[in-house]
Design a protein around this ligand. Structure first.
Ligand code: ZN
Length: 477
């Protein structure tokens, strides 16, 4: 009897956690397709190092192709390791994303090399980085830009189509079409990360729904309705941001630090600040973008955008208040300079980089403020700042630091779909006739989400099976 089954396996941490996306699709005709190949991110450097450094649960040289959903590290930054271990096949990614790949992966290699040095020092023995700059340069020629909305053929049996996800610039969902020996086509859809349809995402193509499929692999970052932002939150956040900057910088000569991810969040926050203050001729406060990667990516945006979005972006970048810093000495001088300014600096979770150096300067100062605007991995420094309880000091780089500055948290800037949007999307998928939905890319809250989703699916008289995955989950469809 012909083998007609397509096997889908979890191959990364996101089957049971939020980061580390990687799924393996094995076709009955022999092709092995990887959907995403991302790193695991943790507040604990050693834990992340161990997990990212361990062996893949497949042989990289047997993989036919990788299809990448988007440019976040937890979705594609393990590809240099994959390349180093023999994964020499095409890595498909949206056309718009291609220009960003090199700066992001080179930055990632620098982080890997730095982390390995820190761990070696701590343990008193040599630890190799998860991958090196040479591995990045080995991986780069394998990337292939693929236009959105069009069918792309991987082999005669396997094709894919990218559908805009609305999450970050160039982000896509993936529709994978597998022709089995009988000639039937089985379609597997993967959401990657879905964008937040409730709030404006500047410079990002809006989400579009995928079509009918046999199986959906769906993200569940916001799997708890209590954590979801409400529609009115954006207005409140923007008011809070403007009030805080006027109070801290204009009235009290202080500094506002906004830790931002280099990719997309920097552009989003810059756009919000520009819209907020561009018509105020008296507003002289410098808006400092201090992050070598973020500055490189601003350049990628300038090159990658088209039409109206490009015109808006260029106009924003001509705003006289913007000051970009890449040079290390200039950065050190800016960190030491107490004059009022708004600083956007990476990393967004305050786990490393220049944002931590600014943090050390401004934490002890009562006239300064930190504005958080994104997801923080538990136990990261950013998470501790955001969930500030009674503590008076924080240990940074093994030194105690007094905490006197203010902290404000904005909740509407997550670029992820919120709970209700996820539920509606997955119920809609079931209604179109999907047989199996895998809930991935979420913490243990996805178990409750599974129950609620099953209830809603049964209300519309569908029998779609819903599985909250773990690392051993396997599907045969
Ligand atoms: Zn993402």
């Amino acid at each position: 009897m012909l083998n007609e089954k397509v096997t889908v396996r979890s191959a990364g941490m996101s089957s049971s956690d939020v980061t580390g996306s990687c799924y393996l699709v094995e076709c009955p005709t022999g092709e092995k397709i990887l959907l995403d190949c991302g790193i695991y991110q943790s507040g604990n450097m050693m834990e992340a190092y161990k997990i990212n450094g361990r062996r893949f649960p497949f042989k990289p040289k047997e993989i036919t192709a990788v299809v990448v959903s988007h440019l976040n590290a937890d979705h594609f930054c393990l590809l240099p390791k994959f390349a180093a271990e023999g994964g020499d096949c095409p890595y498909y990614i949206s056309e718009e994303s291609v220009g960003f790949v090199r700066p992001i992966l080179e930055d990632s290699a620098r982080i890997m090399e730095r982390d390995a040095k820190i761990i070696s020092r701590k343990n008193g023995r040599e630890h190799k980085p998860v991958y090196s700059m040479a591995d990045v340069h080995q991986a780069l020629p394998n990337f292939r830009g693929s236009s959105e909305g069009e069918m792309h053929r991987i082999t005669e049996n396997v094709s894919f189509r990218l559908v805009p996800a609305g999450h970050i610039f160039g982000s896509c969902q993936i529709e994978l079409f597998v022709t089995v020996p009988s000639g039937a086509v089985k379609k597997i859809c993967y959401t990657g990360d879905l964008g937040n349809a409730m709030f404006e995402q500047p410079f990002v193509a809006p989400y579009e729904p995928m079509g009918k499929c046999a199986m959906l692999i769906g993200e569940t970052t916001y799997n708890d309705p209590r954590r979801s932002a409400k529609k009115c939150q954006r207005r409140k956040d923007l008011d809070l941001m403007e009030r805080t900057i006027r109070e801290v910088c204009v009235e009290n000569n202080g500094i506002v630090l906004i830790p931002t991810f280099a990719m997309q969040r920097t552009e989003t926050m810059l756009y919000m600040l520009w819209k907020m203050f561009r018509d105020d001729e008296g507003f002289k406060i410098p808006i400092v973008i201090d992050s070598p990667l973020a500055v490189k990516l601003l350049d990628c945006f300038a090159k990658g955008l088209e039409g109206e979005a490009k015109a808006t972006f260029d106009e924003m970048m001509r705003w006289k208040n913007i000051r970009v810093i890449t040079d290390r000495d200039e950065s050190l001088a800016c960190i030491a300079d107490p004059s009022p300014k708004v600083v956007c600096s990476a990393s967004g979770m305050l786990s490393q980089g220049r944002s931590v150096q600014y943090l050390k300067e401004i934490l002890p100062r009562k006239n300064c403020c930190i504005i958080t605007c994104g997801y923080m991995v538990e136990d990261s420094l950013g998470w501790k700042i955001k969930h500030r309880a009674d503590w008076q000091t924080l240990t940074i780089d093994r030194k105690p630091c007094r905490c006197r500055c203010a902290v404000k948290c904005l909740d509407s800037f997550s670029s992820h779909a919120q709970y209700q949007q996820l539920m509606d999307t997955y119920v809609d998928t079931a209604e179109k006739g999907c047989g199996l939905i895998w809930l991935v890319h979420g913490d243990k809250g996805k178990l409750d989400m599974k129950t609620s989703l099953e209830r809603r699916i049964s209300d519309i008289c569908r029998t779609t099976r819903v599985v909250a995955t773990n690392k051993d989950t396997v599907a045969r469809i």
